[in-house]
Write a protein that binds this ligand. Structure first.
Ligand code: PEP
Ligand code: MG
Length: 312
């Protein structure tokens, strides 16, 4: 039944009572952008630029980068593209950007922190993104991964806005979620990376199968932080997206919308499942489900509380 509903689903995503939900795709390259287009994504919510370079020994030139980014952008004329600057390090090693032999790579020089070692990498990537954005006739938003201080957010935003582009950060380090109000004064939008946020909130390696109960997407501690960020977004009138795996769980997607999250970005294959599920619930049900999960003390309790409301 879920498969049938997904097969029959078409964009735009809407709740049962007609509230439009922005569903975007997570993409890493041109073939992925083609799949995202076919899945009727409303745009790209996370372009993981580092994944194009996992097997690239040396840094691609600005011209080569423009080619790569433009080939992705071309699939979404007139639509929103959210690009993440290089998130090298830890689970995404990039030969020309990684710091070798760290004892704790997940807590090491990764994401935006790489710029502290080699600033030129970031400025050349931004140059390539600016050129790609000029060729794109829709909005181009640029965000930084692994931001943990307000000063980093301010510094990154000033570099991006200098070129007239929209600047944001990923919320995937607990410090940024906790201090979200101060961060939102510096930037135009945020996107919550629930994979890393969960890893750091629960102190559990996201790739370790033995720790899967800790990294469950329904961990109430993580949901409480997401709600905190979404509510801050509403107060500041700034978009709060979710681009981690949590957004691809159809029931959790409904909960996130109920919390006030303004867009969901996910693997293309998940889009029709999330879209068709949202079509079965009202915005009020989403809000009630969001309130219910915040009362739960464990992941199963949260899941059951949400389902009771969403299926009710
Ligand atoms: C995340 O951390 O949730 C995220 C979306 O980024 P990545 O999975 O690429 O680290
Ligand atoms: Mg991440």
């Amino acid at each position: 039944e879920r498969r049938r509903l997904a097969r029959e689903w078409h964009s735009p995503a809407q709740t049962k009572d007609g509230h439009t939900v922005e569903i975007l795709a997570n993409v890493q390259d041109e073939p992925g952008a083609a799949r995202a287009e076919a899945s009727e994504a409303a745009g790209i919510g996370l372009l993981r630029t580092e994944l194009s370079f996992l097997n690239t020994p040396t840094e691609p030139s600005v011209e080569e980068q423009v080619e790569i980014y433009s080939s992705v952008f071309r699939h979404f004329p007139g639509q929103k593209i959210v690009v993440r600057t290089l998130d090298a390090g830890s689970d995404k090693p990039v030969a020309f950007a990684s710091v070798p032999d760290e004892e704790n790579p997940a807590l090491g020089v990764r994401g935006l922190r790489t710029s502290g070692i080699d600033m030129g990498l970031l400025t050349r990537q931004i140059e390539a993104l600016v050129q790609s954005a000029k060729r794109h006739d829709g909005p181009s938003w640029i965000m930084a991964p692994m931001v943990s201080t307000v000063a980093e957010a301010r510094w990154f935003a000033s570099m991006i806005r200098e070129h007239g582009l929209t600047a944001g950060i990923m919320i995937e380090v607990p410090s940024a979620a906790i201090m979200i109000d101060q961060f939102l004064e510096e930037i135009d939008f945020v996107s919550i990376g629930t994979n890393d946020l969960t890893q750091y909130v629960m102190a559990a390696d996201r790739g370790n199968a033995n720790l899967a109960t800790y990294t469950d997407n329904w961990q109430p501690a993580v949901l409480t932080l997401i709600n905190h960020v979404a509510q801050a977004g509403i107060r500041h009138g700034k978009p709060v997206g979710v681009c981690g795996e949590a957004a691809a769980d159809p029931n959790l997607a409904a909960v996130l919308i109920g919390m006030g999250v303004t867009s969901l970005s996910m693997a293309s294959g998940a889009i029709p499942y999330v879209g068709s599920r949202l079509a079965t619930v009202t915005l009020e049900q989403c809000r009630e489900a969001a309130a219910a999960v915040l009362e739960a003390s464990d992941p199963n309790g949260a899941r059951q509380a949400a389902l009771a409301v969403l299926n009710g």
